[in-house]
Design a protein around this ligand. Sequence first.
Ligand SMILES: Cc1cc2nc3c(=O)[nH]c(=O)nc-3n(C[C@H](O)[C@H](O)[C@H](O)COP(=O)(O)O)c2cc1C
Length: 189
Amino acid sequence: MITIVYSHPYDGSFNHAVLETLTSRLEKENKEYTVLNLYADGFNPAVEAASLKVYSQGKTADALAQKYLDTLVKTDCLIFVFPVWWGMMPAMVAGFLDKVLLVDTAYKYDTDGHLVPDKINISRTIMFTTSQDHTSYFAPFFSDYLPEHVYRAVGFDNPEWYNCAQTAHGPEENRTEFLRLVNKIAREL
Ligand SMILES: Cc1cc2nc3c(=O)[nH]c(=O)nc-3n(C[C@H](O)[C@H](O)[C@H](O)COP(=O)(O)O)c2cc1C
């Protein structure tokens, strides 16, 4: 199954246009997909004391986080759509990782105490992001750190990252070209 993790509060945003491009193409191709729409779902990205209390047991007090985790276990292609905020993912997406990726489902420990994937088996992980500054500024985080030290530990395999720079202030053609790329990738999923 294809799962889209979408984080943007505003339907008039470019990120929303990316989401619409993706979902309308997937529908045309008759591909089954699920959208985890973090804002629309009212997801609380803050780890509450009650969730942290049971965190080491691989549990959560947040029913929505558990539902998201159950979805990830059934997912083989994961697509993130979010804007770059202060050089990183928005707090909503960071909170998604904090609360949803639980031990004994997302990861377990090997004999040396390193994190290794457990029940999540995603064969393709795509990130569509948007920014104002140059894509190269964000590469150390999105191309190196996240795939190497986070995604690899939780079974988000074969990560790809596509960023649209100059999103809010830049030529229209730039945004149109990015949506074309999103459409092309979705068609080939
Ligand atoms: C809180 C906040 C932080 C931002 N931080 C960055 C940043 O660090 N680098 C950057 O290039 N753009 C930054 N931006 C610009 C957004 O990435 C840009 O406005 C967004 O990608 C446009 O897409 P949208 O229309 O879907 O919101 C920031 C915007 C906001 C609201």
